[in-house]
Write a protein that binds this ligand. Structure first.
Ligand code: PAF
Length: 283
């Protein structure tokens, strides 16, 4: 089993990357906020299929949390994260502190348009600015050859692809399929907030989305099907539905029946907000 090197400074990260480059290794990266679960480990595996060395960053990025969100209670569990990384064969954990990422006087923000418009942004207006800013910093600090992101955060994956295209960041972005529990619930660090009764409701999200996507792929009208899905989520026990929406799958423009699509949703269970998405096959 590989013992991951742990570094918390840009200088130490770059020194290690330089050594690996001199040795001719291809380098993959998995950006995370820690609280690692099987979904993250699948991203590490995907990185290791494409690169000889894998860096996992663990940084709870304050810039992607609104003041009303769960920054303080977001799970932080470095010791068990390192255990998981050792088992998965990751080579380096990059664990910068907030002061390392955002030094005093930090005043830059990266704002992506295109796929960042709508959906999450309608409800979390600064979220993708925070994600794009930290991901750009991580890529400039480590300069990996490739980076793996989960399709679970589908809009984020599209935004990161757009960011790299627009800023010529030389990082190949790889999307990895969502890992689900045996009931189809997408793995998420926020599932840790759910009690047993809430988990049973949460597990209906993917069922309702898959049913809706399949109805749309076989002719159901978009507005009718997404409206019906939102009502089904409330009947299942979700307190509030932020959106259930269909988009084309590359740039998240309007859904078209003749293109591959995605059905995306965000809904609340108590104080926990869950997101998920499924494919809508083209006809
Ligand atoms: O998906 C996440 O965990 C975060 O949004 C990311 C990409 C690590 C940026 O902080």
């Amino acid at each position: 089993m590989t013992e991951p090197i742990v570094v918390d400074s840009v200088a130490a990260l770059r020194a290690q990357v330089r050594d690996w480059r001199q040795a001719g290794f291809r380098i993959g990266m998995v950006p995370t906020m820690g609280a690692l679960h099987d979904g993250h480990i699948s991203l590490v595996r995907a990185a290791l299929e494409r690169a000889e060395r894998c860096i996992v960053s663990i940084f709870v990025n304050p810039k992607q949390f609104a003041p009303t969100e769960d920054l303080d209670k977001y799970p932080r569990q470095l010791a068990s994260d390192l255990d998981r990384l050792r088992e998965a064969g990751a080579h380096l954990a990059y664990t910068p502190g907030v002061g390392q990422m955002y030094s005093a006087g930090f005043a830059t923000k990266i704002s992506v348009g295109g796929p960042a418009s709508g959906l999450e942004t309608d409800f979390r207006p600064s979220f993708f600015d925070g994600v794009a800013t930290v991901v750009a910093k991580l890529f400039l600090q480590a300069v990996p050859d490739c980076a793996v992101f989960g399709e679970k955060d589908y809009q984020q994956l599209c935004v990161v692809r757009q960011l790299c295209r627009d800023l010529d960041l030389p990082v190949e972005i790889v999307g990895a399929p969502t890992v689900r529990d045996p009931h189809g619930l997408a793995m998420s660090s926020r599932n840790a907030y759910l009690g047993e009764a809430e988990l049973a409701i949460a597990r209906k999200l993917n069922v309702i989305l898959r049913r809706t996507a399949s109805a749309m792929a076989t002719g159901a009208d978009e507005a009718g099907a997404t409206g019906e899905a939102a009502r089904a989520l409330v009947s299942a026990g979700f307190e509030k539905v932020d959106y259930v929406a269909a988009r084309e799958s590359v740039n998240l423009g309007p859904w078209r029946r003749d293109r591959d699509g995605r059905l995306l949703a965000a809904a609340w269970l108590g104080t926990t907000r869950l997101i998920d998405n499924v494919e809508i096959s083209s006809t």
